[in-house]
Write a protein that binds this ligand. Structure first.
Ligand SMILES: [Zn+2]
Length: 363
């Protein structure tokens, strides 16, 4: 590239003779600038990377300084292509769409390279490789993450095939970690998979003490989601590792779990305390559901939606620069209406974990 190039995800619209709009298609945000010169629109559209600043200045009868001023303005607002030189990005061709997604949040080429390397080199632990965890693993590998820790003692069963990502008839009876590793490597041969053939318990997260973990995603439901969330939440707070509490299903609702950024957001214990207060009701008046033998309905598209939300959130966290969306809240996706309702949960001063007197307090 010889000169400045407009970002390929930006479209330029001439609103009228004095107003130009830049529309960022990824983030759907717009920037409007007032102009008193008709040629600015043509000049901006001519920024194709092929012409140098001097050549542009000459063809529009202006000075290189004026062009530089405009280029600087566009660059500061993230409107210029920052993906050159391409050689700075490992596997650019395979992941260029992810790189261009991240690009809208970068302010310079160096910034973008840093974000991409941060995503690529991050270590992510996914606990539980069932209906949500298997899809999350796929999302992350397809987005460019190359270091994945998989934890599950389960073996592939025929009843998993209709909704869990990547498992086939030929995998039945194999450990999920092995089957999923095979499948994920078909998407990116350069990934590193670390396998743990255990179910999560109150102690075995210590297995990962010496490993590089930048994010933990809890999709484990044995013995139940509340318990595994507390184990993961506690470990994440102790080690100050961001963690996402994966989703689940309840009747016609899908739960989109919260993101915890230690020291910056409500922790799992804050959520628990608030939920316990809200759920203080008279047990005498509650009609109990027959839970024995009850199997909640579930199918692939539903699991994939929850997993995609987690995947999106993960990439934001791993970039180190894009703020995560689901801190201090959790969502419920209604399968029938397709509405998502979020409920806010603040960080609590009286929290035994992250409150001022709490054992994992940090800011
Ligand atoms: Zn807390």
């Amino acid at each position: 590239m010889r000169g400045p190039k407009l970002n390929s995800t930006v479209s330029v619209v001439k609103i009228n003779e004095n107003l130009i709009e830049f529309f960022k298609t990824n983030t759907r945000s717009q920037i409007r600038i007032k102009v008193n010169n008709n040629t600015i629109y043509e000049l901006v559209n001519s920024l194709d990377g092929e012409k140098s600043v001097d050549e542009i200045a000459e063809s529009f009868s202006t000075t290189p300084e004026e062009v530089e001023r405009l280029v600087l303005f566009l660059e500061k607002r993230g409107l210029l292509d920052t993906t050159f030189p391409r050689d700075d990005f490992i596997q650019y061709e395979q992941f260029r769409r992810t790189i261009h997604f991240v690009e809208e949040y970068a302010i310079s080429h160096e910034d973008l390279v840093e974000m991409w390397n941060s995503i690529r080199n991050a270590g992510v632990l996914i606990i539980g490789l069932g209906a949500v965890g298997s899809w999350v693993a796929c999302n992350l590998v397809q987005s460019g993450v190359t270091k994945i820790y998989l934890m599950d003692a389960d073996k592939v069963d025929e009843t998993n095939l209709h909704r869990q990502f990547g498992y086939r008839y030929s995998d039945i009876g194999c450990y999920k970690v092995d089957a999923l590793e095979r499948r994920l490597k078909e998407y990116n041969k350069d990934i590193n998979i670390f396998k743990c053939y255990e179910f999560l318990n109150s102690e075995n997260l210590d297995t990962f003490n010496e490993m590089q973990l930048n994010l933990i995603i809890n999709c484990a439901d044995k013995p139940n989601v509340d318990t595994t969330s507390l184990w993961v939440g506690k470990y994440g707070m102790q080690k100050r590792i961001p963690h996402i509490i994966g989703g689940g299903y309840n009747l016609h609702l899908s739960l989109i779990g919260q993101t915890v950024m230690p020291g910056k957001s409500a922790c799992v214990n804050c959520f628990k305390k608030t939920l316990e207060e809200e759920n203080t009701i008279d047990p005498e008046k509650v009609r109990k559901l027959m839970v024995k033998n009850r199997k909640v309905g579930s199918f692939g598209p539903m699991c994939a939606i929850v997993a995609s939300m987690i995947g999106m959130e993960s990439i934001k966290i791993l970039s180190g620069k894009i703020p995560p969306s689901n801190i201090n809240r959790r969502g419920e996706f209604n399968i029938y209406s397709m509405d998502i309702k979020y409920k806010e949960y603040g960080r609590r001063d009286d929290c035994e974990w992250c409150g001022k007197e709490g054992k994992y307090f940090c800011n």
